[in-house]
Every structure is written in C-alpha cells, then in structure tokens.
Design a protein around this ligand. Sequence first.
Ligand code: 5GP
Ligand code: MG
Length: 475
Amino acid sequence: MHEKCGVVGISTAGRDVARPLYYSLYALQHRGQESAGIVTHDGFQQYEHVEMGLVGDAFDEDDLDSLNGSNGIGHVRYPTSGSVNNCCAQPFSVSFKSGSLGLAHNGNLINTDELREELAALGHAFTSDGDTEVIAHDLARNLLEEDLVRAVKRTMSRIHGSYSLTITHDETVLGVRDPQGNRPLCIGELEDGYVLASESAAIDTLDGELVRDVKPGELVVLHDDGSGFDTYQLVETEQTAHCFFEHVYFARPDSVIDDELVYEVRRDLGRALWEESGIETDVVMPVPDSGRSFASGYADAAPEGVEFAEGLMKNRYVGRTFIMPTQDERERAVRLKLNPIKSTVEGKTVTVIDDSIVRGTTSSQLVELLYEAGAEEVHVRIGAPPIVAPCYMGIDMASREELIAADRSVEEIREEIQADSLSYLSIEAIAESLHKSETDLCLGCVTGEYPYDIEGEQTDRDVQRPVVGHSSADD
Ligand code: 5GP
Ligand code: MG
C-alpha cells in the first residue's frame, strides 16, 4: 500500500550522465525492483532506455553507451497493486511542439482521473492509466503558453497528491517536491555538476555532497552546464505531510532525510520501544534486515545482561515477500528467506524486533519458527504503530482487508501470530524521534486520517482538491 519509487536527475559540465545515473539507480534499488529507466538529452535530441527488472538487468554496456548527453534523469519503479507489466515503467517521455519532456515520479496523485478526462477532452491521447503521464501532458500543454517556471507552477496548482519529480525539458533537469513534502527529494553537489535524488545515499555513491532537501512546494532547476542551480518556491506551505514510513522502513539507514540520519532515527525509535514496552528477556534479536537498527536501539536501552544477537539468518537472494501474489506463496517465501540460528534461541526467552507488521505473514511465520528452534518464550516488538489503513500516497502496501490490524485489537493480533506478548510503538514516539509535530507528518496508514482529500476517507486537516480546468488555473 505504500509506494516508494526512486528518482534521480543529474547535470554535469559535459561528462556523460548515463553512468552516474545508472550508479544512482543502483543506490536506490531498494525503492523499486519492477523496472528501471534513464532519459538523457545531449542538446539536440532525447535518448531513453526503460526496461522491466532490476537495474543490473535493465541496462547493458551498449544501452549505457547509447544514452548520450550530460543531462538526464532516472527512475526505479516499485510494483503497485500487483500489476507486473510495462505500461507504467518510467521515466515517461514525450516530444511535442515546444520540446521534449522526460518525467520520473515518486508518489501518487489523488485527482488523476479528473485531469486525464479534461486533457483527453482537449485532444491529448493517453497510453497508460498512470498519473505520471497525466503530469507530463499537463506540463507539455502549459509549456506551449508559458515559460518553464510558470508552466510548472500552473501544473502544481492543478495536481493534488504526493509527488517528488525529476524532469528533463530538453537538456534542462528539474526537481519538484509537492507542497506537503510527502516523498523525499534532495540536492547534491558533484565535482563537476549537481544531482537531485530521492535519497542522499545516491549522492554518496557518486562521491558527492548532500547540499540540502528540496523544500516542500519548491522547484529546483539545474544549470545545463553543471555550474549550479536556481530555486523557486512555487507554493507556500504552512503544514507539511512527510511520510513517517520513509524513516521507519523505506529509506536506507545511511540516507539523511529531512535533516535526520535514518539509522539514528530508527535507533531512537528502538530506544523508545524499550521505554514504552520493554520486557524481561534473555536475548534481543532483529528481523533482518528491516528490524536491525530498531533492535540495536532497543537492546541499547535495555539493562545490562540482555544479550543482543542474531537469531535469524536471511537468504538475501530471495525477493521481497510482497512480490508473491498469493498468501500461500508469501508464506513459503518467508520460510525460504529466514532460518533461525539455534544457539541464540534454544531454551531462551527471546524478544524479536521488526519495523512493522502489514499482513502479519512475517510475524506469524517467525514466531512459529522460533518455537520450533526451541525458544521458551517469544515476545514481538514493532517499531511503528499498527497499520490500520491503506496508503494512497504511492506506497503499495495492501488493501484494507489484507491489513491484519485493520479490524483487530493488539491482543487479537498477538493471539493470531501466537506470540507470548506483542507491543507496537506509539504515534507520539514516532513524532518525537523524528523531531516533528504530528500535524506535519502523513500518518494516514496508522490513523486512517489523511493529509489529502481522498474520496471515502477522512482527512486530518483543512484540504481541498484543486478545481481542475485551465481557465481557473492561477499564475
Ligand atoms: P507482513 O509480513 O506483516 O505482511 O509484512 C511485514 C514485513 O514487511 C516487515 O518485515 C516489513 O519490514 C516489511 N514491509 C513493511 N512495509 C512494506 C512495504 O510497503 N513493502 C514491502 N515490500 N515490505 C514491507
Ligand atoms: Mg522486513
């Protein structure tokens, strides 16, 4: 239910960007494994290569050699709603009267259908039902009438939802972050240019320096010659809606998001978990890899004598359990993926720590595995609140019916996963560890109240859908 694609954009002083884009996509591979793509521009024409699969499989030497130019963008896509096809692989590219456009999008629009209908009525032909194509067509249309900055501003006034975008307009690379800053996007400096990326780990990979986050509602325009960038605060925002789940699960621990090193935030969350629900135990162990930083913080806060050890080994060659279409396959995948280390577990009271429970598949299997390996007691601690509602902001988690916490109390979940005890972290602890107020976070999946106007759902703030219609667009 949460979507976490990865986007990147690079401008250099003449050096081809295909390879730095490719390395950045490798650094962002955890944000999407379904497809990978690059669009570049050499000042004369646009080049593109988009393919299904992992970054390492999507490009070969020849593909990279054919992507000319010192400006370009890239994208890795996360599979959403089980659809495995190439209709929505990105970047999306179009050529039109006033130039070529490439778009890479992380996030999800709420008013895609209204916009598509309106643009279709104006003669735009669509090849997918994705929201990225809608943004591309809207921007293309606005660019016929206005300069780049005004055109982006007009498009921003018409789209509602979450978006971190990297865009090529001919050889110019842009970055845009939605007015609530729902998805991350940051700027980095390279020896001979600048980079925009979903996460700072991609900048590190290029030996660059993190400059800062793109601000919510801000447009960043990289200079074509790699000499710098201009920024435009196109929409002023009073209240942000940063996705807390980026800090809990999606982002790499070595990334800095909104000024916080993700690893340290997760350790703080682990410490808070001990303070809120620490329980006597022989051993604290993580669910690899997602529970590791939480478990280290939790064990750190626990009294001396509590051992921190690896009690589960992960087979790193097994794909993410979520990609399995049926429950039966998902259960098999967990067993393939995790195997207990007997010496850590046998005859002991163990506390096993993970970042989140979604469907409950992982935890149920784990508890059973640990008992089979000889655990006396199995306590489960989770570094996030119960996920009770779906994500509409572009993270493909699950539908409401699939969420184990949607209609169960914590005690009912504990019973279902057959643990001796189960505790989740509070929403207050999340806000505190992120150094943000709850009202500046998107907590939709744990409260069921969203920072956007979504049909059939509640909102936690005063938001309105923009009125679609070209005549009413402001500038
Ligand atoms: P469950 O097995 O309860 O359905 O999922 C929980 C596990 O999935 C946790 O170990 C967590 O790290 C991971 N997880 C949480 N959210 C997501 C997500 O949106 N996508 C994927 N692939 N895994 C997730
Ligand atoms: Mg996990």
